[in-house]
Write a protein that binds this ligand. Structure first.
Ligand code: ATP
Ligand code: MG
Length: 506
């Protein structure tokens, strides 16, 4: 028998054209069962995965499981309002949310609907919540710093625009504070921020919005809230929706920052859904694709090349650990996806070292390339000195006779610890950080008693604001030439003399 391949192709093509697939926009099915926020629908034969399904007059859902004769959909409204026999209609669309400048200053839910009682949002555009990440060709490497205004981060764990940096720590260690402070510090820097809260108390959203409002940060921020009282399906889509809102700014060639607070709760919500959808559980009862859940989300952060518009999207995911266990399933997953992590420790928090960052195990894989020249030069030896001090400190506790050199190094370390402490919601400008680290690492603090370090810092900033305007200007332009350094040295020297003189008199 002869076999004509070209005829076969023609036949297949003709069959495909005849098939109804794609031509039938609307297809109606019937709900056969509803429970736990999940509807089983019969009759949606051509339904696509993640397709938006309308339950006329009630609300929307999303197709999650495509089975032989049934479609399992998660619901974005209360399942009490829907019952067996109700209609379900395909929409031929995936879930989309409003994006644009009109969302700034607003608090919305995971579907982009306003929940702050300030009226409707007129959205210019809608973006699908699941969008593919930018490809390698459209990207360039991260090179511009994202200033957090937090001294230990900007000096030792610098974050770049377009980077993904994880904030990880136990409960109540200051994770949210770091993320909020970073947003607050973007004031006037033309960075648009999106803060998404997943699985937390409703009260927490109110508090976050209050803090952002008080510091004037809401003007350039969108808050997406999917509290614990929302359904698991809303919590599941919230970060994806928020990411689309942030991507809008990136695609306009702007800089955007997104905070996911937190992905531990997100994974829990996804686990709940997966179990309800009867997907097989794996390690810690999470479904097998929980890694893909977070990798496809975080991969959307990017630093675009000039040809692609030059926009950036920086992501700060937050993970909550239990008893500092970073080798649990979700923490290890997210650590391996991100470009570095900031570790917060309860021990440091309890001993009053705030922010409670452990610089020894915190890293930023983008590192020095995301630091200004001045900051890189001035803080280069900080991390090493600090780690050496921590080692030495434990060792010194055993011995009483310490030689001169050890005592000196301990004194430097103690001053480093003091300088790295910082109150929350009080970001410090980069030029001020450079000045204080310069003073610290050039030995100007060695005669300043420990309890006066904080006054020294505050007064130095004041002094330089008046007497060192020229230096501040130069540091802002990242001019760290020998002339600037000399000028800075002279000013700091003069200030230190005055300060010590005054301290003696008191
Ligand atoms: P949770 O696990 O509950 O989400 P968290 O890790 O997000 O907690 P935060 O809520 O940011 O922690 O902070 C915990 C507490 O510590 C808050 O009361 C906050 O005000 C305080 N705190 C955080 N950072 C600092 C700081 N640098 N200085 C003083 N207090 C701080
Ligand atoms: Mg928190």
């Amino acid at each position: 028998m002869s076999f004509d391949i070209s005829q076969l192709t023609k036949d297949i093509k003709a069959k495909l054209e005849l098939s109804e697939y794609g031509s039938k926009v609307e297809e109606t099915g019937t709900v056969v069962k509803v429970s736990d926020g999940i509807a089983q629908i019969y009759g949606l034969e051509d339904c696509l995965i993640y397709e938006l399904i309308e339950f006329p007059g009630k609300g929307f859902g999303m197709a999650m499981n495509l089975e032989k004769s049934l479609v399992l959909a998660i619901l974005f409204f209360s399942d009490a309002s829907i019952k067996e026999g109700d209609k379900a209609v395909r929409t031929n669309k995936t879930v989309s949310v409003p994006v644009g400048y009109n969302l700034l200053g607003r608090v919305v839910n995971a579907l982009g609907e306003p929940i702050d009682g300030q009226g409707e949002i007129e959205a210019g555009e809608f973006y699908q919540i699941e969008r593919s990440a930018k490809g390698i060709i459209e990207r360039k490497s991260v090179s511009v710093p994202l200033e957090t205004g937090i001294k230990p981060i900007d000096s030792m764990i610098p974050i770049g625009l377009g980077q993904r940096e994880l904030i990880i720590g136990d409960r109540q260690t200051g994770k949210t504070s770091i993320a909020l402070d970073t947003i607050i510090n973007q004031k006037g820097k033309d960075v648009f921020c999106v803060y998404v809260m997943i699985g937390q108390k409703q009260k927490a959203t109110v508090e976050v919005v209050e803090i952002l409002q008080k510091s004037g940060a809401m003007d350039y921020t969108i808050v997406v809230s999917a509290p614990a009282s929302d359904s698991a399906s809303m919590q599941y889509i919230a970060p994806f929706a928020a990411c689309s809102m942030a991507e809008f700014f990136m695609e306009q060639g702007k800089n955007a920052l997104i905070v996911y607070d937190n992905l531990t709760q997100h994974a829990v919500a996804y686990r709940t859904l997966s179990l309800l959808l009867s997907r097989p559980p794996g390690r810690e009862a999470y479904p097998g694709d929980v890694f893909y859940l977070h990798s496809r989300l975080l991969e959307r952060a990017a630093c675009l090349s000039e040809e692609s518009g030059g926009g950036t999207l920086t992501a700060l995911p937050i993970i909550e650990t239990q008893a500092g266990n970073i080798s649990a399933y979700i923490p290890t997953n997210v650590i391996s996806i991100t470009d570095g992590q900031i570790f917060l420790e309860s021990e440091l928090f309890n001993s009053g070292i705030l922010p409670a960052i452990n610089p020894g195990i915190s890293v930023s894989r983008v590192g020095g390339s995301a630091q200004t020249k001045a900051m890189k030069k001035v803080s280069g030896s900080l991390k090493l000195l600090y780690s050496q001090y921590l080692e030495l400190k434990d060792f010194a506790e055993f011995g009483s006779d310490l030689d001169e050199n050890t005592r000196k190094r301990l004194a430097v370390g103690e001053r480093i610890v003091e300088i790295l402490k910082q109150d929350e919601h009080d970001p410090i400008a980069l030029e001020n950080q450079i000045m204080i680290f310069f003073a610290l690492l050039n030995g100007f603090l060695k005669d300043v008693p420990l309890n006066l370090i904080h006054s020294y810092e505050a007064e130095l900033y004041e002094y330089m604001k008046i007497k060192g305007q020229n230096i501040i200007l130069k540091l802002r332009q990242d001019d760290f030439s020998n002339d600037t350094v000399e000028e800075l040295r002279k000013s700091v020297e003069k200030f230190t003399e005055q300060f010590l003189q005054k301290a003696k008199e008191v």
